[in-house]
Design a protein around this ligand. Structure first.
Ligand code: PBG
Length: 327
């Protein structure tokens, strides 16, 4: 293995050779595109902290779905901004079969039969305090929350949701959700568990998008993971698979590549990475202010694929397909 017999530059000599010898590749089918929705009619609202990303009212989703579908992106993830007047301590709007998420699911499923629909199970868009669970005696109560979450999951499945994605980080919720789905004959509804979700500062633009930044009373550290920990992620994933998860999410992605790698090495289930709002906005603003070239987007997404992500939830999904994956 000595020079000149080995010259590592030989394989790099041309684009066709580099393509042929690369370890990982990014395809259109590796993406999930998040969609923010809002109440009302004919709405397309700017989100100041997320340049290029909008909120749409449910009646306005056709064009959004067409773009994603034309880009051959397999699935969407829906997130709602709920009017303050519908929020309360218990997040009861989450259990309204006619809420905007349920309406959006049935609309999308009717309009486009091929696209997969993923919905969060968590109460934060619906609670007046902005937490993912029930606030009882100044604490996010785990077991009482689980009861509500399982109801929420059932309602989403009934509306036609393909993948139920609990993002709340309560203990034991995957089991309870799986049980209620089985009991109601939703045998094929997939569960994508946000098994490894850190209490991260990268969620701030998302919380603007769904209107929880202002109302959030205290941080989420009693349920989301501590970013000083890594091996605990393995426990989280193991438990969720045992409880009936079909796939798991690591979130955020970019500062947690080591975690994606560890999880992928240890488990034989699909591992998804969530390229979260703060990662999007930092990069997008860097590009918009000429501090970075837009090719940086691909470099960042490749780091997630290299770490072992099977698919990536990303606000860049449309842009990446349109700018970088045309051939
Ligand atoms: C809430 C939820 C959050 C995100 C997805 N679902 C935020 C939070 O936990 O406060 C963040 C996504 C992003 O930042 O892009 N259950």
């Amino acid at each position: 293995m000595k020079f000149p017999y080995t010259r590592l530059r030989r394989n790099r000599k041309s684009e066709w050779s580099r393509k042929l010898t690369n370890d990982v590749s990014i395809n259109k089918s590796d993406f999930i595109m998040p969609i923010f929705i809002c109440e009302g009619k004919n709405k397309k609202e700017k989100i100041d902290s997320m340049p290029g990303i909008y909120r749409y009212s449910v009646d306005n989703l056709e064009k959004v779905i067409d773009r994603i579908s034309n880009n051959s992106i397999p699935a969407v993830a829906i997130f709602p901004l709920i009017n303050n007047s519908k929020k309360n301590n218990k997040g009861s709007e989450a259990l309204n079969k006619n809420n905007i998420v349920c309406n959006a699911i049935s609309k999308i499923k009717k309009y486009n039969k091929k696209i997969g629909v993923i919905c969060d199970v968590a109460l934060d868009p619906y609670t007046s305090h902005g937490h993912d669970g029930l606030l009882i005696n100044n604490e996010i109560n785990n077991d009482e929350t689980n009861k509500v979450l399982s109801q929420q999951a059932l309602i989403l499945a009934q509306a036609g949701c393909d993948i139920i994605a609990p993002s709340d980080m309560m203990d034991g919720r995957v089991k309870i959700i799986r049980e209620i789905l089985e009991k109601n004959k939703f045998y094929n509804t997939q569960i994508l568990s946000y098994a490894v979700k850190y209490a991260s500062n990268f969620y701030s633009p998302f919380r603007d998008a769904i209107g929880t930044n202002k109302t959030l009373k205290f941080d989420k550290k009693t349920y989301q993971m501590d970013y000083r920990n890594s091996y605990e992620a393995i426990n989280e994933v193991r438990l969720d698979i045992d409880e009936g998860a079909d796939m798991v999410m690591v979130k955020p992605a970019l500062s947690y590549l080591d975690i994606i790698y560890k999880v992928k090495q240890d488990f034989n289930v699909p591992v998804f990475a969530y390229n979260v709002s703060g990662e999007y906005s930092l990069i997008k603003n860097g590009i918009n202010n000429s501090l970075a070239d837009e090719k940086i987007i691909m470099e960042v997404l490749y780091s997630m694929k290299r770490a072992g992500a099977d698919a990536i939830v990303s606000y860049f999904a449309n842009e990446v397909v349109e700018k970088f994956l045309q051939d």
